[in-house]
Design a protein around this ligand. Structure first.
Ligand SMILES: Cc1cc2nc3c(=O)[nH]c(=O)nc-3n(C[C@H](O)[C@H](O)[C@H](O)COP(=O)(O)O)c2cc1C
Length: 328
């Protein structure tokens, strides 16, 4: 079967393949909080609230960012398979959990669409330590500029005093979360949650390799002395911010996250999200006011770096089968 059947519509196998590829999107703790409905040549994206992290993410920000990433992945997959999508966000005012409808139609497969689809399949969250090669400011600026999406602003954090303040806030967020038992319990539940979701424990950095560092939220707390090293001075830091701090902004931040990550992948750069500083209300407010002058709302921070060339490629993390995410 081909993407286009004889009537010029889109066949079911192609629609399912778009859903499968959309589900390769990054999501907080690999919760995959989405459901899809196939309706003719349309795909509906719905949020799956049963997969929300109710302790870490009571407002649903990470939830909607994850769904936004899946929405962008779906559009990339559709274009790469030769059935580009027209996207309508929040199409049903009476159903806020219906996040988007994509209408697919046969079209041309541009080289750019094919390259993005390739990046989608190559993308991983690789928490292994980056090389010590600094990311040049121009490279970071170029990556930030690669995302043009509605009211989203991607801001490189290169100024030394800004970085210092941001690193302190990241450290403060981790300290506050370390003291929260319910949150720790929720996080532990999503490590090796099942064979098809959650963060596999072999993707959690080996703390023995970095005894004085804490490279990600999943490692045990470091000593107080090493907290300033959570982000290496050579790491690139980007903030994805939005004008509106609401569901629309969160969904768009997720779309931008996906777009940026695919660009970075094509460019040979590694991306690791840092969402804790946004999850914790105190540090989120401080970040917004002290670093961004209350002009925009930060939605997620990203560490950007290079992985060593000789390193093995990571296997993809698991995903639920398409059947499990399809709504009747
Ligand atoms: C909204 C959001 C927040 C995330 N926060 C973190 C984080 O704080 N630390 C981290 O190591 N990974 C974070 N991730 C990455 C996910 O853990 C990752 O996407 C998921 O485990 C699936 O793995 P994959 O990206 O390799 O497919 C986040 C992803 C999203 C979409």
């Amino acid at each position: 079967m081909t993407a286009r059947d004889l009537n010029g519509t889109v066949d079911d196998a192609t629609l399912r393949e778009v859903v499968r590829l959309a589900c390769r999107a990054p999501s907080v703790h690999n919760t995959q909080p989405w459901r899809w409905r196939i309706d003719g040549a349309r795909l509906e994206l719905h949020v799956d609230r049963s997969r929300q992290l109710t302790v870490a993410d009571p407002d649903g920000r990470d939830l909607l960012i994850s769904c936004g990433a899946a929405l962008h992945h779906a559009a990339v997959a559709a274009a790469g398979l030769g059935v580009p999508a027209h996207v309508v966000r929040f199409p049903d005012a009476s159903d806020p959990d219906h996040l988007a409808t994509l209408t697919l139609a046969p079209g041309s497969r541009t080289p750019r669409a094919l390259a993005e689809l390739h990046a989608l399949e190559q993308r991983r969250t690789d928490r292994r330590r980056f090389t010590s090669w600094p990311i040049p400011d121009e490279r970071l600026a170029k990556l930030a500029a690669s995302v043009e999406h509605h009211d989203v602003h991607v801001l490189p954090l290169t100024d030394v005093s800004v970085r210092f303040r941001v690193e302190l806030l990241i450290s403060r967020a981790m300290t506050l979360q370390d003291g929260d038992e319910a949150l720790g319990e929720e996080q532990r539940r999503w490590i090796d949650h099942s064979r098809s979701d959650g963060v596999p424990s072999d993707r959690v950095p080996d703390v023995d390799v970095y005894p004085s560092h804490r490279r990600s939220r999943f490692s045990p707390p470091p000593s107080q002395d090493s907290r300033h090293q959570l982000v290496e001075s050579t790491d690139g830091l980007l903030a994805i911010c939005t004008e509106k701090d609401d569901r629309t902004g969160w969904l768009e931040a997720g779309e931008a996250l996906s777009g940026l990550w695919l660009h970075a992948t094509t460019d040979g750069l590694s991306v690791v999200p840092l969402s804790q500083v946004i999850e914790v209300a105190e540090t989120r407010v401080a970040l917004r006011h002290e670093v961004f002058g209350a002009l925009v709302a930060p939605q997620i921070l990203l560490r950007i770096g290079w992985q060593e060339i000789a390193r093995s490629e990571l296997e993809p993390t698991p995903r639920r089968p398409v059947e499990d995410v399809l709504l009747p």
